[in-house]
Design a protein around this ligand. Structure first.
Ligand SMILES: Nc1ncnc2c1ncn2[C@@H]1O[C@H](COP(=O)(O)OP(=O)(O)OP(=O)(O)O)[C@@H](O)[C@H]1O
Ligand SMILES: [Mg+2]
Length: 375
């Protein structure tokens, strides 16, 4: 592990931190091609400081640059070039920068054909009401997998209006709880004095996990207020909003937590095509590189770096069992199209906790890349 310097596909050059910037400028001066491209890149930038030269080497040339205890790398970087975990454990920061290419006289952000495809199709799928739990839960609750006992209630039009106009503080707690008590009693499915997981129809507020967990129903209202605060930007556009209360799933193993209380449990994302009854891919929900590149909270990053190995071992051991079970049980669901199906492992069994259209689900790019390389 070098403390400062540059790394590319061919070589590792360790440098004194203070010499790094001038070394990079020298590299540019050595080649006329580089010099011309660099000048164009520089002219495209709104701001320029001496260290902006690092951006050029990373974004355009794909180098890894380690400078001032920061590891700069391109989003397309193959993970083998650097040991990100080692850097994090040694107090370095990771900084992922986008790949830039030269096109029509200027530098633009590069999107692979797969990323472009997902960017277009993903949006259409993400607004599809089939992603709501009220659509897929009844279709998967009895196919053989355990699912958390669940009740769903719609916010009334008046309540939805209050939420969408930012006035959730005016929601009537008494009305809401009364409605929930009636539904819970009718369904006989959920004991409201127990711990529960709360979410909305098409997503949870997992990045502030404490707001998704209640010890009993009287904590609901206060947690909902936090949830609306955090999720407002998503709710403003919605026609209707579903409130979902679920049995809280406990694991018989302990894991560190990130996102303000979310345990790093062993979870799987299965991509499944219900038209052909085929598994398209099974991924670790906590995929190492994705998490290391995208976790912004430093404490969460360190926690994850210390836990990833444990999760990977569990994932690799359990993967064949889930595959077998999914092949056997998922065809029982009355669904069409491609979906992501999330499973939480509680230490004994796989619990089907979440679904969405594949096209708008994280890691779908990995499914497409796998398919393209097989062709
Ligand atoms: N019933 C439950 N009991 C305990 N933990 C749960 C429960 N349901 C979900 N979780 C945890 O919360 C996380 C997020 O929940 P969920 O998948 O319902 O929401 P989401 O926002 O749609 O997530 P994603 O972004 O993964 O699609 C899950 O990955 C799981 O770790
Ligand atoms: Mg989801």
């Amino acid at each position: 592990m070098i403390k400062s310097g540059i790394i590319n596909e061919n070589e590792v050059i360790e440098l004194e931190n203070n010499d790094l910037i001038s070394y990079l400028y020298n590299l540019i001066d050595k080649s006329t091609d580089n010099k011309n491209a660099f000048e164009i890149y520089k002219q495209n930038q709104f701001f320029w400081s001496d260290s902006s030269v690092i951006d050029y080497f990373v974004k355009v040339l794909g180098f890894v640059v380690i400078y001032d205890k920061v590891v700069y790398f391109q989003s397309e970087l193959k993970s083998e070039l650097i040991d990100k975990i080692d850097y994090i454990k040694n107090g370095f920061q990771l900084k992922k920068l986008p790949k830039m290419i030269y096109k029509n006289g200027k530098f633009i952000k590069y999107l692979s054909p797969i990323q472009q495809e997902i960017e277009i199709a993903g949006f259409d799928h993400s607004i599809n009401p089939e992603n709501d739990l009220s659509f897929w839960y009844p279709r998967t609750a009895n196919i053989g997998f355990k699912t958390p006992n669940t009740i769903i209630t719609n916010f009334t039009d008046a309540e939805t209006n209050l939420i969408k106009t930012g006035k959730w503080n005016n929601l009537c707690e008494k009305d809401l709880l009364e409605r929930i008590r009636i539904i819970a009693k009718q369904s006989g499915k959920l004991d409201l004095s127990n711990e529960m997981f709360i979410r909305l129809g098409n997503s949870s507020n997992k990045f502030n996990f404490d707001s998704c967990h209640i010890n009993e129903i009287n904590e609901l209202y206060q947690k909902l207020m936090i949830m609306f605060d955090d999720m407002y930007f998503k709710l403003e556009w919605q026609q209707s909003i579903e409130l979902v209360l679920r049995e809280y799933i406990k694991t018989n193993y302990q894991r560190n937590r990130i996102y303000n209380g979310m345990p790093l449990n062993t979870e799987f994302r299965v991509f499944y095509d219900f038209d052909t009854n085929r598994i398209l891919g099974i991924f670790n929900y906590w995929e190492k590189d994705t998490m290391l590149d995208n976790l912004h909270n430093n404490q969460d990053l360190i926690t994850f770096a210390n836990t990833t190995h444990e999760i990977e071992c569990d994932f690799n051991n359990l993967y064949p069992f889930l595959k077998k079970e999914a092949e056997y049980k998922l065809p029982n669901a009355d669904l069409k199209g491609k979906w992501s199906v999330d499973f939480l492992y509680d230490g004994k069994e796989f619990i089907l906790i979440d679904m969405a259209h594949a096209e708008c689900s994280y890691y779908y790019d990995k499914v497409l890349s796998k398919q393209r390389t097989l062709k």
